[in-house]
Write a protein that binds this ligand. Structure first.
Ligand SMILES: [Zn+2]
Length: 210
């Protein structure tokens, strides 16, 4: 199992972590970088991996620094499922639509202000239509229920107690009689694992979060 970090490493926002397990590529979270406009634009437009190469995506919780770039995956050709809990799906639908509207109005304001200085126009990272497309790829899961997301690759969501629907994600990969697992905490809260059994992870991947 190989892990590469494409955000929330030596920084707080933009949680994106790519797991390569055998021939499968699993993305954990697809969050938005939040910060200075120029830096955020660069980091949110360049994902660091090809969305079309992903096998599956899992979302730990709805906060925008974990979910805010999901619509870009759909726009750039990812057609697979995005696994998350029921409540996370409901919240993420609302937050992403809101994010698309804010970007649109922000771009309109900046472009109007900068027009006289001859600067290039800026554009939103995605549109409401991209949000609607990725929402159709949401796959709702329950706490404590194993889900096969690829051959030999299972995930299981466990209550993280951070916000409604938030989860730590246990990832298990089996190949040639061997099993490897890791626990992606997402963003643990005070009630971590309160309502589901603690997963038997062999290694933990804890990410900076909000
Ligand atoms: Zn959060």
């Amino acid at each position: 199992m190989k892990i590469s970090f494409h955000g929330a490493a030596r920084s707080v926002t933009g949680s994106r972590h790519l797991i390569q397990a055998g021939s499968s590529r699993l993305l954990l979270d697809c969050g938005m970088f939040q910060g200075r406009r120029d830096q955020a634009a660069k980091l949110n437009r360049h994902l660091g991996f090809d969305p079309k190469s992903l096998t599956a995506v899992c979302l730990s919780h709805a906060h925008i620094d974990h979910s805010g770039i999901l619509p870009v995956l759909a726009r750039e050709g990812y057609s697979g499922s995005v696994y998350m809990t029921d409540a996370t799906a409901d919240l993420t639908n609302i937050l992403l639509a809101d994010s698309a509207r804010i970007q649109q109005s922000d771009c309109r304001y900046v472009n109007k202000r900068e027009r006289r200085r001859g600067k290039d126009r800026i554009t939103p990272f995605y549109s409401l239509s991209d949000v609607q497309t990725i929402a159709q790829q949401f796959s709702r899961t329950r706490y404590g229920t194993p889900v096969q997301v690829a051959p030999n690759l299972n995930v299981q969501f466990h209550d993280a107690g951070h916000i409604l629907g938030s989860a730590a994600i246990w990832v298990q990969h089996r190949q040639r009689g061997q099993s490897r697992s890791l626990l992606f905490s997402g963003r643990p809260g005070a009630g971590q694992y309160a309502h589901s059994p603690r997963p038997p992870a062999t290694s933990a991947l804890r990410c900076a979060g909000d």
